[in-house]
Design a protein around this ligand. Structure first.
Ligand SMILES: *Cc1c(COP(=O)(O)O)cnc(C)c1O
Length: 407
């Protein structure tokens, strides 16, 4: 949809996150569609953007939720996701989290180690229930993405090797407090190459077949998330039809529900960070554009050296030159873009940071005692509305001020 960023900046101030709910829903539907004809569940990876209204926007379409903390599970429930569509993943779950997840009767807990399997069993035993679990298997394929967001190699901390997984499934089958219903892999994020995904899918599908032979009946084939998106604009992306086809091919002959856990694919390009120019300065030969958004609002450039497109929302005639877009935080790593071409800017000019809908606000912090930005959502039906108000100074000190000592 067409968004009037200038009016939004005037109305809600900057820095401002703006989400296009129409775009996000369209992404969801495109993915749901390619798995049509199969039993499938799209479980939105809440960590990519956990605003309640964002989750609700997907829940209304029938989405499930992939959660990596009990906090995310509770967000999903609050936003209207059905418990039987919620998956609890993550490499380190505490007993308290496991207990709550079992009490909330979610679809399944994704187990990532033998030790964790035993914890889940013992908590389930205490509660007198049978825990539905899936095991995250590390298929040891190279996802060909950034090392920070690669998760499917043995050198990463995620999942367990095939042999260990087999042992765990046998253990779970023989336990009266574990019900092994699913199998899971997630090899990395921002994947732009189909091959590692289809390789992983065949490896895991073969494991399902050999488990079946020994009496372990898997029902959910969870292929993780990781579908890449355009940041530069000219990337070759995974073709969704081909992706679905590869998965269907891998599980041919098996009676499985395909579970897909997209995060970035659903949200990244449906989000923008709107920021205002404060000043420009020149240090020697180097030009800097200082804006009111910073690494505490959008960490990806500082953390991964990630690229985000920047668009100037003003008409300028003057000649362009190279500049770095930096924030007010006292860190040299505080930048949003480097070496981009822009005309000279003045205080108050608006810049749009693109592809900021995933891992944007969710990674925001209060570093330098900066309140987190306001979030606004737009759709055809309701226009634009606040879905999280800007944080105030009071919000930031609320949990501390009680403890100040008197004279
Ligand atoms: C992060 C994560 C996802 C989502 O990854 P995207 O790259 O945002 O699609 C899905 N599943 C698991 C287990 C994850 O950890």
């Amino acid at each position: 949809m067409i968004l009037d960023f200038k009016t939004l900046a005037k109305e809600y101030g900057t820095p401002l996150y703006v989400y296009d709910f129409e775009y996000m829903r369209a992404q969801y539907c495109a993915l749901k569609e390619v798995f049509g004809g199969e039993k499938s569940l799209i479980s939105y990876a809440v960590k990519s953007n956990s605003n309640l209204s964002v989750i609700q926007n997907f829940a209304k379409e029938g989405s499930g939720a992939d959660c990596v903390s009990i906090g995310e599970v509770k967000r999903a429930l609050l936003a209207g996701v059905k418990p039987y569509k919620i998956i609890f993943s993550g490499v380190g779950k505490s007993d308290v989290e496991i207990k709550e997840a079992l009490e909330l009767n979610i679809l399944m807990i994704n187990v990532e180690s033998e030790a964790e399997l035993k914890r889940v069993e013992s908590v389930a035993k205490t509660l007198g229930v049978e825990a539905r679990i899936s095991i995250r298997v590390n298929p040891n394929v190279d996802p060909k993405t950034h090392p920070y967001i690669s998760t499917g190699l043995h050198e990463n901390k995620f999942g367990v090797e095939i042999d260990i997984a087999k042992r765990m499934y046998i253990y779970a089958k023989n336990s009266s407090h574990l019900d092994p219903v699913g199998i899971h892999f997630h090899i990395g994020s921002q994947l732009t190459n189909l091959e590692p995904l289809s390789e992983a899918a065949s490896i895991i599908a073969d494991l399902v077949r050999s488990l079946k032979a020994i009496g372990v009946e898997i029902k959910f084939f969870d292929i993780g998330g990781g579908i890449g998106v355009k940041y530069y604009g000219d990337e070759e992306l995974i073709d969704l039809e081909a992706y679905a086809l590869e998965i269907k091919k891998a599980i041919k002959g098996l009676d499985l529900t395909i579970v897909c856990e997209p995060g970035r694919f659903l949200t990244a390009n449906g989000g923008y960070l709107l920021t205002k120019v404060l000043y420009e300065k020149q240090n020697g030969q180097k030009r800097f554009t200082i804006v009111d958004a910073a690494m505490n609002d959008l960490l990806r450039p500082s953390l991964y050296n990630a690229y985000h497109g920047v668009e100037l929302l003003e008409e300028k005639e003057s000649e362009i030159s190279t500049t770095d877009i930096v924030g007010p935080i006292c860190e040299s790593g505080d930048f949003l873009a480097k070496d981009i071409e822009l005309p000279p800017l003045s205080s108050g000019d608006l810049l749009l940071i693109k592809s900021a809908g995933a891992y944007g606000f969710t990674m925001a912090s209060n570093y330098n005692t900066r309140g987190r930005a306001c979030e606004v959502a737009c759709d055809d039906e309701q226009g634009c509305r606040v879905i999280r108000r800007r944080e105030m100074f009071e919000d930031l000190i609320d949990a501390e001020k009680l403890y100040l000592q008197g004279e």
